[in-house]
Design a protein around this ligand. Structure first.
Ligand code: FPP
Length: 265
C-alpha cells in the first residue's frame, strides 16, 4: 500500500472516531470548570417557564459529571448559583434552591457508588437552611470518596472570595502570624475557597456568551477558555469530550515563546 493510501485510510478512521476516542488520557486537564449558561433561553425557545430550563439542566449536570469521572478528571467545578443570581425574580431563586436540595439528596447514592466527593465553594451561609443542611449532609456522606471531586459554586462570586481572602490574611497580619512582606501567591491562595485544589486548566461556558462573570478570576489566570453555542440543557458527554480535544490541541505557553517550549525543533 502506498504512503498516500495509508494517510487517506488513517484520516478516514480519525474522522470516524468519537471525541472520547480522540482524547489523550495522558494530557487530561486535572481540573475543569464550567459556567452552565442558557437554561432560561432553552426553556423560552420551547415556550416554557425558565425553571423548566433549570430542571432540564440537571440532566446535563449528571451527564457531565459522569463523563468527567469516566475519563479520570480529578476536579470538576460547576457554577450553579452566583452571588448576582440572588437578584433574579424571587420565584426563580426559590425554584433553583428547591432544585438544588432535591438534586443533591437524590444524587448522594450515585456519587458514593461512583466514588465522587462533593464539595462546595461560595457564601454558603446565605443559602436557605434546608439547602445548606442537605448540602452539608451530602458533603459529609461523600467525604471519603477519591475518584473525583465535584465542586459546586453556590452563592459564589470571585470578587467576594478575593475580598474574603484579603480580610483573612489581614487578620493573620494583625495577629502577628505573618508579615506583609511574606505574602506570596502561594500563601494568598491558602485563603481562597479553592485552597488545595489544582488550578482549572480548562474553563467551558455554554450558550455563546463570551464572559467570565465573576467566576474563579484568580484561579483561571492560565486556564484555556472554551466557548460553545450549545445551551446548557443540550450539553452532553460528547460536548465535554469535544472541549477537551480542543484544549489538547492548544499550545499552553505560560508566557514563554513557542520555541522555548520545543527546544529541539
Ligand atoms: C444559567 O442559565 C444557569 C443557572 C443560573 C443555574 C444552573 C443550575 C442548574 C443547571 C440546575 C441544578 C444544578 C445542580 C448543580 C444540581 P440562565 O438561567 O442564566 O440562562 P439564560 O442565560 O438563558 O437566561
Amino acid at each position: 500500500m502506498s504512503r498516500c493510501s495509508e494517510i487517506i485510510i488513517f484520516s478516514y478512521f480519525c474522522d470516524r472516531l468519537s471525541y472520547k476516542d480522540k482524547i489523550d488520557i495522558a494530557k487530561l486537564p486535572k481540573h475543569i470548570a464550567i459556567i452552565m449558561d442558557g437554561n432560561g433561553r432553552w426553556a423560552r425557545q420551547r415556550g416554557e417557564d425558565r425553571v423548566m430550563g433549570h430542571r432540564n439542566g440537571v440532566t446535563s449536570v449528571r451527564e457531565t459529571v459522569e463523563a468527567a469521572a469516566e475519563i479520570g478528571v480529578e476536579y470538576l467545578t460547576l457554577y450553579a448559583f452566583s452571588t448576582e443570581n440572588w437578584n433574579r425574580p424571587q420565584e426563580e431563586v426559590m425554584a433553583l434552591m428547591q432544585l438544588l436540595v432535591s438534586t443533591i439528596s437524590l444524587e448522594v447514592k450515585t456519587l458514593n457508588e461512583n466514588d465522587i466527593r462533593l464539595l462546595a465553594i461560595g457564601d454558603l451561609s446565605s443559602l436557605p437552611a434546608d439547602c445548606l443542611m442537605e448540602l452539608n449532609e451530602a458533603i459529609k456522606a461523600t467525604s471519603n470518596n477519591k475518584r473525583m471531586s465535584l465542586v459546586l459554586a453556590l452563592s459564589y462570586s470571585s470578587r467576594w472570595e478575593i475580598l474574603r481572602a484579603i480580610k483573612s490574611i489581614t487578620a493573620d497580619i494583625e495577629l502577628g502570624k505573618i508579615q506583609t512582606s511574606e505574602i506570596t501567591e502561594q500563601n494568598f491562595e491558602k485563603h481562597l475557597c479553592t485552597s488545595g485544589f489544582p488550578e482549572p486548566e480548562l474553563m467551558i461556558r455554554t450558550s455563546g456568551e463570551h464572559r467570565i462573570s465573576n467566576f474563579l478570576l484568580w484561579q483561571l489566570a492560565y486556564a484555556e477558555l472554551y466557548f460553545t453555542e450549545k445551551l446548557w440543557p443540550d450539553f452532553r458527554k460528547e460536548d465535554l469530550y469535544e472541549a477537551i480535544v480542543d484544549y489538547q490541541g492548544r499550545e499552553r505557553r505560560f508566557g514563554k515563546t513557542s520555541a522555548q517550549l520545543k527546544p529541539h525543533s
